[in-house]
Design a protein around this ligand. Structure first.
Ligand code: ATP
Ligand code: MG
Length: 508
């Protein structure tokens, strides 16, 4: 074995070891005493050998996690309702780092971050546990993203494509459709082989119930599970939720599966951590967040990746959601997350009010690695589309001043208006790659430039229904290297259908 191989081997072995939940025996069964309890945090004295993130049982069976290891006391985040816990109560270390049950039985279930069922069913029948904060796979085990995670949403798949193993941030103000996009992406995995995880952090129970209803009504619970911690849960539970959900997701990734995880949302997660830190008297920094706030999100998202084929080839794609205030994407938590992820989808309240749904601001959105995974056929349409669309946005802003415009400029604006109209998409109406490519190719060719704006949606429906039989065979073509003849053929077909549509309309 050469020097390099030896080093690689060592690194991989270290990773394997790190994944096991190594037990240790606490010093002569030491038992600590609670010094004080306040809002989900307890200070405990007398536990000299406790490890960080170790599970500790306090007083009358209240679970807690060691978070702050100080020389003479330990700060513990409570992971359950504080039922009569008082100063002087016992604190018993478990000797194990906090871990969660993982297994196939999770699919279709709704659980809390510790794996307890919240759907009224029995506890999921799992045979394994994983530590909540397991280490991210080392670089040596990772491969570049190369397979698309189809969203079914035209503007995303064309201009901001997501690849399996990528981390793409969804950010925007309140009520701009962040959750809607994430859900649509889950629903679009229906025909595929992706396991989906929706992790709800600190939301109101009505919002969570609505999400679960949507997943159930669309048959998505067959391949999805939900990890929920509501806004009134102890901060400690909110803090561990995304890590626990990721551990559950990693179980599937390590079996070579493709997994999609949504964190809705990390703003609440950061706030929970801020609350814990302030209660533990850590010094506050910018916007009152503690100094290590960047690290809590980077080590979470570092766990999403695509594994090399020799490690099973599984992927974990993460779509963290973060809420902005008054469109301020340069606030502390959003900028942190933008720098950690491989791109962002920015939702604008202005576009939302104008009815431009999904309200994705293409200019402020980007996907830094997904392009490599995008099916080839999209490239034929996307480059052109992005350019004409951004030129159109500039021209449109300019035209607002009432300047007299030449014919060429007016044509470009008319074309851009049609592109924008076509990028609108209702919820729950995913389109396959072939369908998207046909629609976008039609507008790129300029075949819609003479169609009145309010009829664009109708034309789309017309084309989709007329070409219904061709989409299935086309699907394979779109994924492969497309040849020019196919495009010529397609151009002929759509031109023919558009002719038919015009005739029908002229007659009507
Ligand atoms: P919050 O900040 O409360 O979490 P959010 O940003 O997650 O909100 P959603 O709850 O997803 O936003 O959506 C807000 C509203 O907009 C919902 O009523 C949803 O039905 C509607 N909506 C979102 N996207 C679309 C769309 N593409 N077409 C029509 N309606 C939409
Ligand atoms: Mg939401």
């Amino acid at each position: 074995m050469g020097f390099l191989e030896k080093n690689i081997d060592q690194a991989l072995n270290a990773h394997e070891k790190g994944r096991e939940n190594m037990e240790y025996s606490p010093d002569s069964r030491e038992v600590g005493r609670v010094l004080s309890v306040a809002r989900g945090v307890a200070q405990v004295q007398g536990l000299g050998s406790v490890r960080s993130e170790e599970l500790i049982t306090l007083g009358n069976d209240v679970p807690g996690m060691a978070l702050d290891l100080l020389p003479d006391s330990i700060g513990i985040a409570l992971l359950g309702a504080n039922t009569g816990l008082r100063a002087g109560d016992e604190a018993v270390p478990s000797g194990t780092v906090l871990s969660v049950p993982v297994g196939d039985a999770l699919i279709g279930r709704i659980v809390d971050p510790l794996g307890n069922p919240l759907d009224g069913g029995p506890a999921p029948e799992t045979f394994e546990t994983r530590v909540v904060e397991s280490e991210a796979p080392p670089i040596l085990m990772r491969a570049p993203v190369d397979t698309p995670m189809a969203s079914g949403i035209k503007v995303i798949d064309t201009l901001i494509p997501i690849g399996r193993g990528q981390r793409e941030l969804i950010l925007g103000d309140r009520q701009t459709g962040k959750t809607a996009i994430a859900l649509d992406i889950i629903l679009n995995q229906k025909k595929g082989d992706v396991v989906c995880v929706y992790c709800a952090i600190g939301q109101r129970s009505t919002s969570v119930a609505r999400v679960i209803d949507t997943l159930r009504n669309h048959g998505a619970m067959a391949y999805t599970f939900v990890v929920v911690v509501e806004g009134d849960a102890p901060s400690g539970m909110q803090y561990i939720a995304p890590y626990a959900a990721t551990s559950m997701a990693e179980y599937f990734m390590e079996q070579g599966k493709d997994v999609l995880i949504i964190y809705d949302d990390l703003t609440r997660h950061a706030q929970a951590y801020r609350q814990l830190s302030l209660l533990m008297r850590r010094p506050p920094g910018r916007e009152a967040f503690p100094g290590d706030i960047f690290y809590i999100h980077s080590r979470l998202l570092e766990r999403s990746t695509r594994l090399k084929p020799e490690h099973g080839g599984g992927t974990l794609t993460a779509l963290p959601i973060v809420e902005t205030e008054a469109q301020n994407i340069s606030a502390y938590i959003p900028t942190n997350l933008i720098s950690i992820t491989d791109g962002q989808i920015y939702l604008s309240p202005v576009l939302f009010q104008k009815g431009m749904l999904p309200a994705i601001d293409v200019g402020k959105s980007v996907s830094r690695v997904g392009g490599r995974a995008q099916p080839k056929a999209y490239r034929k349409v996307s480059g052109d589309l992005r350019l004409t669309y951004s030129q159109f946005q500039e021209l449109e802003a300019f035209a607002r001043f009432g300047t007299r415009l030449d014919q060429d400029t007016r044509n470009r604006i008319e074309h851009g208006l049609r592109v924008r109209e076509l990028l609108k998409q209702d919820r729950f109406s995913p389109l396959s790659a072939a369908q998207q490519v046909v629609i976008l190719w039609t507008v790129s060719l300029g075949l819609l430039d003479d169609v009145p704006l309010e009829q664009i949606a109708e034309v789309q429906e017309f084309l989709l229904s007329r070409m219904e039989e061709s989409f299935e065979p086309m699907e394979r073509l779109v994924q492969a290297d497309t040849k020019d003849e196919i495009w010529d053929e397609l151009e002929k077909t759509v031109t023919h259908h558009m002719q038919k549509w015009r005739e029908a309309h002229a007659a009507a």
